[in-house]
Design a binder for this molecule. Structure first.
Ligand SMILES: Cc1ncc(COP(=O)(O)O)c(C=O)c1O
Length: 238
């Protein structure tokens, strides 16, 4: 595509860590290649970190891959629970936006003071230590889930990056959308309902992501692992 049409491609936008098909981290090679191709062609590389921003890592997925995109989009966590969308990046690009440049950008809720305050208050509480902590909790949880599935002979693949995690009822590698589609969604549907009966509400689709928060306790995690065990029992014996 780039070999033929490179100069005509304005931009490539990508979730570096996909969250909209469960968690599928892009490979280093894939993202390095995108960076190289876009740079060579004079196209922009835009990282959609709406989901991975302030979740995969304190400084986003781009800090994990050591790749600097030309622009980044953010949402969700950056609003501290209030609805906010953010985009930013290279100064020479951002200077095209008003008031510095000629590209007019405005909206009813742009710069909304309440949302800005909510977001700022959240961001002010984040730090590297918190992420270390949340990542350790995520690891404890997904290892427990994997062990529970193994103990019940249920093929599973569990992915996690930082606070993002998801489980696929698929015993093979899950590296792309086709792999996710090959998961046992019928088992997922039954399992999800059983888990809900145990009081644990994970994302209701095989194609969604779950998130650890700073408020989850070790007890919450261990209770969740127990609920997974009980739900596997119920589905397998039901
Ligand atoms: C990764 C990602 N990008 C973009 C969006 C869409 O954002 P918006 O609804 O502001 O267009 C979402 C929404 O959930 C998302 O998860």
């Amino acid at each position: 595509m780039f070999e033929k049409n490179g100069p005509e491609i304005a931009a490539v936008i990508v979730e570096p860590i996909a969250g909209n098909m469960g968690v599928i981290p892009g490979t280093q090679e894939f993202l390095d290649t995108l960076r190289q191709l876009t740079t060579d062609a004079g196209s922009l590389l835009i990282f959609d970190e709406v989901m991975s921003g302030f979740r995969a890592a304190y400084h986003g997925a781009q800090s994990l891959y050591h790749i600097k995109p030309d622009l980044t989009t953010l949402g969700k966590v950056v609003g501290g629970g209030l609805p906010v969308g953010v985009f930013g990046g290279r100064r020479d690009i951002m200077e095209h936006i008003t008031p510095d440049g000629s590209v007019y950008h405005a909206g009813t809720l742009s710069g909304n003071p309440l949302a800005m305050t909510g977001g700022l208050s959240t961001l002010n509480q984040l730090n590297d230590n918190l992420y270390k902590n949340m990542t350790a909790k995520t690891t404890r949880l997904v290892e427990g889930i994997k062990a529970a599935a193994d103990a019940h002979d249920v093929p599973i693949t569990v992915h996690h990056v930082g606070t993002m995690w998801s489980y696929f009822f698929n015993g093979g590698d899950v590296n792309n959308f086709a792999d996710v589609q090959a998961s046992d969604v019928a088992y997922f549907a039954k399992f999800f309902k059983q888990l809900l009966q145990q009081g644990i509400y994970t994302a209701p689709s095989q194609f969604e992501t779950n998130f650890m928060s700073s408020k989850h306790t070790t007890q919450d995690i261990d209770d969740t692992i127990q609920a997974f065990n009980d739900a596997f029992d119920a589905v397998n014996n039901g």
